[in-house]
Design a binder for this molecule. Structure first.
Ligand SMILES: [Zn+2]
Length: 195
């Protein structure tokens, strides 16, 4: 039997706890998703990565390329879905599992339901944009013809730390650019004064 890694998650205000187990494979696949997120990070993109697994192998990978491609649709999950569909030869991804480093947005959650992906694991939650429970819950909504089994929290810290690092560095970069622009304006003003 496959060894499981157990994680205890506190739920509810009354402090009750639930025990969740992840297989070593789950952890391995989320690590692959994090590797994809790092590719986004290296391109200066918000580091989000995704893999889709079918019969114990990865059939679709994707990372956020929204700025690189100048395309709203270039989210990690959409790219992974496109690639997986090509491999399977069908828009239905009924026997697959998705591992994504951040809770999906409304577009990707919609695509996951449309593609009929049965199981999704996400790492970090996305309080301001997530549609797997944070803002909306598209994945498990009973009104749709397909519901997704959703788990959030697999390698959560690693996924969230990469995002935090990106946004801290982005703020520093933005501050430096602002200062450089201000210095240039000051120099031009000083030169103008000297004329
Ligand atoms: Zn998305």
């Amino acid at each position: 039997m496959e060894e499981k890694v157990t994680k205890i998650i506190p739920v509810g205000a009354d402090g009750t706890e639930t025990v969740r187990s992840y297989t070593r494979d789950d952890i391995r696949y989320m690590r692959e998703a994090i590797r994809q997120a790092r590719l986004a990070y290296r391109k200066g993109e918000v580091p989000i990565g995704c893999v889709i697994v079918y019969e114990d192998r990865i059939i679709g990978r994707g990372y956020n390329r929204r700025n690189t491609d100048k395309c709203t649709l270039a989210h990690a999950e959409i790219t992974a879905i496109k690639r997986a569909s090509k491999v399977i030869g069908d828009w239905r991804l009924e026997e697959t599992r998705m591992y994504v480093t951040l809770e999906p947005c409304q577009m990707c959650a919609g695509a996951i339901v449309q593609a009929r992906i049965p199981t999704v694991f996400s790492g970090a939650s996305s309080p301001k944009a997530g549609c797997a429970g944070s803002i909306l819950d598209i994945l498990t909504n009973n009104e749709f013809n397909h519901q997704v089994e959703y788990d959030q929290g697999l390698l959560e810290k690693e996924c969230a730390d990469l995002l935090k690092k990106f946004f801290v560095e982005l703020r520093i970069r933005n501050k430096e650019e602002k200062r450089a622009r201000q210095e240039l304006t000051d120099q031009m003003t000083a030169q103008g004064d000297g004329l």
